[in-house]
Design a binder for this molecule. Structure first.
Ligand code: C2E
Ligand code: CA
Ligand code: CA
Ligand code: CA
Length: 276
């Protein structure tokens, strides 16, 4: 299974050996993991850029493997893609995001927003809208982070119409990884998102190199011109956070504030806060 086109999978199977049979074995392991509830939601907080108060969180999938510990999505999303199970993965994670919302409500600490990642294949799924409409328990602050917007026009469905119907359900739309090859300017015109999530690759150096800060300023001003908010991810230091607040970013996410954590940890942290 060692082909260039499968780079990410090779990196993963390297631990176990690179044979075709071990790759097939990995696929089977992942398929079982989904049905055995080993795919779980972690959450990373987002803060208001000015006040640094927690405003919401992004839900990030993890594979809790019985022997290998916590495995990151970069290692199992390619398996899900190969098995055509990304839409199912996203659905499972949405269910856990809704559970989190209920738990936070129960301790009297609801978050303003709970964001989930939505793959292009899930957006194209003919059952997505009816599934969403059937749920009585959609959180008020639910956000869909749309991935791979560069490829949306190759899908067989009218994605702009689907996204518009999703907005009608009260779900906010954000374009993920904005500024990278995965997310295009055209997608802003087509989807009219509530916010752009500016990719973490643009963050390092904004506090030390003027040209880096200028590039970030331009990205934020693109969002402003379209009336969209900005969330900047990958913020690792408080110095970067300070510059971003000055440049007018709305929300920040990154190790400077918190690492992705289990749902239980987040609920404990939130219930311990007197205010937020
Ligand atoms: P993403 O949506 O761009 O998520 C942000 C990634 O940046 C996460 O990686 C997060 O852990 C990481 N991160 C957060 N703060 C920092 C920081 O300060 N510095 C750096 N260097 N990184 C930071 P993670 O959790 O490994 O997820 C990787 C990607 O996997 C995500 O990128 C997303 O595209 C995908 N993914 C995660 N969960 C799901 C899911 O439920 N469904 C789908 N379809 N994709 C998912
Ligand atoms: Ca995301
Ligand atoms: Ca992102
Ligand atoms: Ca990313």
């Amino acid at each position: 299974a060692k082909t260039a086109g499968r780079g990410r999978v090779v990196a993963y199977t390297d631990q176990l050996g690179e044979s075709y049979s071990s790759h097939v074995n990995e696929l089977e392991l992942f398929r079982n993991a989904l049905s055995k509830n080993e795919i779980i939601a972690f959450a990373q907080t987002q803060v208001d850029a000015k006040t640094k108060q927690i405003t919401g969180c992004e839900i990030l999938a993890r594979w809790r493997h019985p022997h290998r510990g916590i495995i990151s999505p970069d290692q199992f999303i390619p398996l899900a893609e190969e098995l055509n199970l990304v839409a199912e993965l996203d659905q499972i994670i949405l269910g856990q995001a809704i559970d989190l919302d209920a738990k936070l409500l129960a301790v009297g600490k609801p978050l303003g927003s709970i964001s989930v990642n939505v793959s292009a294949s899930r957006l194209a799924s003919p059952t997505l809208l009816t599934e969403l409409q059937a749920r009585q328990d959609l959180p008020d602050g639910l956000v869909f982070e749309i991935l791979e917007t560069a490829h949306l026009d190759t899908l067989d469905v009218d994605v702009a119409q689907t996204v518009s119907d999703i907005k009608d359900l009260g779900i906010r739309i954000e374009i993920d990884d904005f500024g990278t090859g995965h997310a295009s300017l055209a997608s802003i015109l087509a989807l009219e998102p509530h916010a752009l999530k500016i990719d973490g690759m643009f963050v390092p150096g904004i506090d030390t190199q003027p040209e880096r800060a200028e590039l970030m300023r331009s990205l934020i001003s693109v969002a402003e011109q379209f009336g969209a908010e900005t969330v900047v991810e990958g913020v690792e230091t408080l110095e970067e956070a300070e510059v971003l607040a000055q440049l007018g970013a709305d929300k920040l996410q990154g190790y400077a504030f918190s690492r992705p954590m289990s749902i239980q940890s987040l609920v404990e942290q939130m219930s311990g806060l007197k205010t937020f």
